[in-house]
Write a protein that binds this ligand. Structure first.
Ligand SMILES: NC(=O)c1ccc[n+]([C@@H]2O[C@H](COP(=O)([O-])OP(=O)(O)OC[C@H]3O[C@@H](n4cnc5c(N)ncnc54)[C@H](OP(=O)(O)O)[C@@H]3O)[C@@H](O)[C@H]2O)c1
Length: 357
């Protein structure tokens, strides 16, 4: 279930908003040992402390601060790489690492919708790891090299909340309106003059990601390919002046009739492979259902469960579809670095990396 030695980890894009979350989360990880931090030419050659404007609300880990930031050249002295690179560079760089035999766990959008690449939420679709042998073979990677992606942060929380409903009752139609935190735009992100006291009703490409990624995540793996889930999503997105946490107003139409109590029970009792296999970064409960009518709220709830749970509140009947609810998740933790680490933990536990003992 766990590796027989500490696994050497590279963080690609280690200096950015998501990269820093990787650094913080991996500083005391029981399985993973960060041996390389890599970023752009602007940062390469500096110590991590010099290269990085630290944004995480905890001290920069002492063991990482003196590491020299490298460029992104792939090397095979690494057991797995986490990519927190921006999409303009991630696509090609991630392939160069997989080609030298390194498993890459990416946060970038580039490879998410490729048919042989798992788009993972371990509680929802652990069987999508079954794409990996075929991917490595078809792309000519060494057997140890492959790509796994995690979803767009808003799609992650939407798919997590829909998964138990889809599994139990079938989901047919979804309407989602998001209110997304500024940290989702990376660092330094938006100008304060643009976002302070304001709402921006557009994030490039985000609606399309919510609509298509949700279908792939909830899809079924058959014979090395994913059949997208037969449901339709209509998404509208907004950037709001909140530091961390994406809030989503969601309405769903179910295929089979369900009482409000049954819907609530399906959400509350949802659990998956990370919980049953005791993965180190797994939240106790992947979905936390809140009963107070004014919750979840980013300020009050987003850091609970180490930022790894999806919070669902305001569950009630909908006059147009069947039920509506409010969904919240931490965009740089479960929606990015934490989700990617959980993906890697599952891959290790399933014997895909480093020979699990
Ligand atoms: N923020 C979120 O909530 C969130 C959630 C889910 C997924 N994501 C995805 O995660 C990825 C990282 O996002 P972020 O918010 O952390 O972005 P960010 O703060 O802008 O950080 C980008 C990182 O990529 C490096 N980089 C940028 N341009 C480069 C280049 N030309 N060559 C080499 N390295 C380069 C930067 O290095 P330097 O510091 O040296 O420039 C930095 O380490 C993106 O693909 C994003 O879509 C973000």
């Amino acid at each position: 279930m766990k590796p027989d030695r500490p696994l050497r980890v590279a963080i690609l894009g280690a200096t950015g908003a998501v990269g820093q979350r990787f650094v913080a989360l991996l500083s005391n990880h029981p399985w993973f040992d960060v041996t390389r931090v890599a970023a752009s030419e602007r940062s390469a050659g500096k110590t991590y402390r010099e290269a990085c404007r630290w944004l995480v609300p905890s001290q920069m880990p002492e063991g990482i601060a003196p590491l020299i930031v490298s460029d992104l050249t792939a090397s095979d002295d690494i057991d797995l790489a986490f990519s927190a690179l921006t999409a303009d560079v991630a696509g090609d760089v991630e392939l160069t690492w997989a080609r030298v035999g390194v498993p890459v766990f990416s946060n970038a959008r580039n490879h998410r919708m490729e048919p042989d690449v798992p788009l993972m939420i371990p509680e929802v679709n652990p069987d999508h790891l079954g794409l990996i042998p075929g991917q490595s073979k078809a792309r000519g990677f060494p057997a140890s090299g492959f790509l796994v992606t995690n979803a767009n942060c808003s799609a992650t929380f939407l798919a997590m909340a829909l998964a138990p409903l889809h599994r139990t009752f079938g989901v047919e139609l979804v309407s989602v309106v998001t209110m997304q935190a500024v940290s989702g735009a990376g660092y330094p992100g938006l100008s304060e003059l643009d976002i302070s006291g304001n709402v921006i009703p557009f994030i490039s490409g985000e609606e399309e990601k919510l609509e298509s990624e949700t279908q792939k995540i909830l899809g079924a793996q058959r014979n090395g390919a994913i059949d997208p889930a037969d449901l339709r999503v209509s998404a509208q997105v907004n950037r709001v002046p909140v530091a961390d946490g994406h809030l989503e107003s969601v309405s769903v139409k179910l295929r089979n009739t369900a009482t409000l109590d049954a819907v609530r029970e399906a959400l509350q009792s949802f659990s998956g492979a990370p919980q049953s296999e005791g993965l180190p970064s797994a939240p106790n409960r992947p979905i936390v259902v809140l009963d107070e009518p004014d919750r979840p709220q980013p300020k009050l709830d987003v850091d609970r469960e180490n930022g790894m749970a999806t919070f669902v509140g305001g569950l009630r009947p909908c006059n147009v579809l069947d039920y509506k609810m409010t969904v919240l998740g931490h965009n740089t933790l479960r929606g990015a670095a934490g989700g990617s680490i959980l993906n890697a933990e599952l891959a290790v536990a399933r014997g895909l990396i480093g020979g699990a003992a």
